[in-house]
Each structure stands twice: as structure tokens, then as C-alpha cells.
Ligand binder design. Sequence first.
Ligand code: AMP
Length: 576
Amino acid sequence: MRFTKLVDYLAKLEATTKRLEMTAILGALFKEATADEIAPIIYLTQERLGPAFEPIDFGIGEALAAEALAKASGKDKEAIKKLYNQHGDYGIVAEKLLSDSGKAFTVTQVFDRLKEIALASGEGAMTQKTDLLADLLQKLSGREARYVLRIPLGRLRLGIGDPTVMEGLSWSVTGDKSLRPQIERAYNVCSDLGQVARVLKSEGVDALAKIQVEVGKPVRMALAERAKNAEDIVTRLGKCAIENKYDGFRCQVHKRGDEVRIFSRNLEETTAMFTDIADGIRQQIKAKTAILEGEALSYDPETGEFHPFQVTMQRKRKYDVAEMTVKFPLRLIAFDLLYLDGKDFTSQPYSKRHETLASIIAPGERVELSRHLITQDAKEIEKFFMEAITNGLEGIIAKRLDSRYQAGMRNFNWIKLKRSYQGHLSDTVDGVIVGYLRGRGMRARFGIGALLVAVYDDDQDKFATIAKIGTGLSDAEWPQMRELLDKIAVAQKPARVDALIEPDVWVEPKYVIEMQADEITRSPVHTAGKVGDEPGYALRFPRVVGFIRTDRKAEDATTVKEILRMFEKQGKSMSQ
Ligand code: AMP
């Protein structure tokens, strides 16, 4: 196909905003295209040079475009600037400046030229890019140049998303949308509409079923529906698996030997950012080839507890990666397996995928299995939920035991139940230190890594635990803290302390610290406000503010009653 023909179609697409018309225009375009050129056509209409997961940056900005245009047209830069100020679009400027000859290039030739320009790199790349682009523009008609220039500048603005392309493809074969399901299934599996179109064009609709999961090509991710509460989950799924819902980065990991690639939820490659996860996969995954999914979270090596999402978020950057992996190490909580040693697992039931996943993870720091509870008891689900919240997690995800992995689908195979967002507690809480845990990781040298803290139950004259806290003290303060606590250490749990958690060292309830937290949550592991079998209350994401409050004695700590009032005030709805 001549490029000028494609331009005719692009002009038609530009002239409409009606989806149905767009679909029909695309259908005609795809019908006319050959199997070799259909992928480039799709990429170009989406302003790309390949599938989204393999981005090739054009490296053509407005300044470079202006310069190339000056060269191609023989006009000076001032004149071009002036025209641009008038029209606000280099595409139109190109059309005005360039002649109406040209029109000899094919779509594939233009595509290849753009790719050549994009791939020019290293010393002198800018000059090279400018020269190549100028040369290309010179060989095109003004109308062709209008669209060619808009592509790298991201100015096509045709509003053609993946669904419209898929429907256009269906249209090109049947004249209606009826093939969309087959096309979409193939796309969900390989994430490359160019590939799907090529197969459809060269081998027909039935061949789409042959497109299978491949290591190195991200699979569009399965997503979760919502539930109102635990009852709702049981009604929908019956006996199901309950997993923690971790709030971090969704990672789809592709492993082939020592080569590891990681893709994000929107299929961007994140391998370069998450080098610690890639290392962990190499060390801990016992498989030659595999595709697995999980959530990557930053954690505190001292307490083993996960950081809030804001902290994990800091890992989302391209610079100082080595430093960040030390400061905020990530751990991948693996929850699904899509492929293993030559075998596609997506059509296996969840239970089989999870079980196989468990069998290929060797013990280690960087990768662990997302553990689950199999149940059909709403009460048990609620308990699991509350424990998850206390551990700083977002909620839970219930999974249908016999469901396959449905790429790109949001349905009730997975159901999420999230806490409602509460934000920061407006008040701080004064707690009494009742014990401490020995440091692990970097704080091992201090021999103290986290404090077990209680509030005061003035009815029963008891200190009931509300938090395990490892954040807020400096490296200088930890040894100081340990020295003070060792002086009041006792061999057994002090009589007035009510706790389910067993610290490494118990201390007399004496020192009060002030804590900030995101909110108060229900918790089965803490005893503050606990009555009978019901869960107690805990601080979510607690951190120490300041140091020991020497102006307070233990009984001056915040009371359980106050905690209950704070909890009431913040609202306690479970689902979002
Ligand atoms: P949402 O983003 O709120 O729609 O929730 C779905 C997201 O939860 C997924 O895309 C994952 O990134 C994340 N997630 C966390 N833990 C799990 C888990 N155990 N199973 C599946 N997804 C999880």
C-alpha cells in the first residue's frame, strides 16, 4: 500500500468522532492492507513503532521537527516558527511548506524510515536524526508529511484505542463486530495487536486460537471485581481461597534461564527499576522458563513488616536504583503462575497454579508465596481481613478455586475486599513500651529492632498491646533505647501486661512514647479493647514521634476507651 493511500484513510478518520464510522473506516483499511503491512499500519495509527510493551522512542521533539522541516523546505527557522505560532501544529506547517509531489513511498518504507530515525543513537544522533527526517520529508508530499510528522510528535489525535482497532479487524473480515471475542482473546495473551492482525490476515480467524502465552511477551493481566463484604464473597464463590491484598507494584515476571524481564500492570517494562526482584527470581525460582505474577512491596528488614505504599512508591524511578534497593528493598509476593517449563498454565485451575507455584519457589529474602486460606466461612474471611489490615495491607482477594487465568479480564474469579481509606489519624497515641524484639537485618547490630507497645485499660488496670513499632527512631536512638529498656527488663511477661505477641525481651511498663499512625484497625493479634473471641484494636503504620516522654508515667498513656472513641470517629466501614 502506498503511504498516500494510508493518508486518505487517516484523513477520513480525522474527520469523524463517531466510533461506528471509525470502525468501518478501519475495517476497510485493514481489508485493503496485506499481511506484511497490517502490523506497521496498526502501530502507526497508534503513534508507535511496535507493541506497547516494546516502546521505541522516536526521539523526535518539536525542535528537531522544526529543524528537519527547515532543511527539507529550504525555509529558515524563523519562518517556520512563525507558521507554527499561527497553526500550533507542525503537521500543518509541513503541509503548507512542502510541494504536492512525492507520493511514491509505501507504508512499509515510511515505517522503516521512521524506525531508522528512532534507532539512531550515540554521538551525533541528533544530527543524524534531523538529516534522516529532513530527507524523508523531502520525498513526501505536503499532505503525507502532515501525518508523518504528527506520528512521532504524538499529534495524530485520532482517538483510536485498542477496542476500536479490534473491532476494525473484525469488520475487515465479516463487516461486523462478531469476531471481537476471538481477536481479543489473542490480544490478551500476546499484548500485540500487530501480531494478532498479521495472523488473522495471513492464516484466518481460526489461527488466532494458536496464539499462546510466550515467555518475553507480557500477558494482559487478570483483574479483580469488588465485594461488599465477606458474606458476599461466600455467596458468589462458595469455598474459595483468600489471599492478602498487597499494595505495591503488580509485577509479571518472565524468566528464561538467567534472563528475567518484569512488566507492570500496564505492560511497561520495569526490569531496570526492580533489579532486586530480578535477582531474587534468578536465585529462588526453580524453573528454566516461567511466567509468574506477584506484587512487589518495600519492607522493613528489621521487623519484616511492609512499608506503606507511599514508601514502596519511591522505588518507581529510573535513577539511583542501586542505592534505592538498599534503602527500600523490595520483596515479591508471588500469587500466580501462567507458564512453566514449556507448559501454558493459564487454562489450569487456580488451585493447581498456586500449588505448582509453591513448588518452584526456593526459600529466600526476595520472593515468597502469597499464602492463602481455603474456606467458605464468612467469619474466617473477616478475621483474615482484619489481620491483613493490621499488617499494613490493603485488604484481601478471594479467588475461585477452579478458575483459569483469564488474561485481560475483570470478573468474579477474583474478588477484592478493601478497607475504606482513612488517611492519617488526627491524634497521636501515647503508648507504653512493654517489650522489644531483637533487630534483624541492618538493626541486628543494635540488638533491638522493634518495640511492643501497649495502651492503658483503666477499667482493669492492664496494659493491652496495640502496636509493634519499628519506625521513627534514628540509628543513634535505638542503642539508647535498648540501654534504657535493658535496665527494666524482666524474665517473664509482667502481670499487668495483656499480650498475645511474645517479644524477645519483656520490660516493666514504664516508658511512654508518642506514636503517630494512619488509623486504628481491628486486629486479632493485639489485645487493646479485645473482648472474648472478638479481635482487639491496633495502630496501622505506627511510627514513634520524638523519644521517651519523660513527663508521663505508664498510667498516663492513652486509654483503651479513648482508642475506641477514636475508632468510632474515623468510621469503620470495611469495603470501599
Ligand atoms: P485493584 O488495583 O484495587 O483493582 O486491585 C487489584 C490489584 O491488587 C491487582 O492488580 C494486583 O496488583 C493487586 N494484588 C495484591 N495482592 C494480590 C493478590 N494476592 N492476588 C491478586 N492481585 C493482588
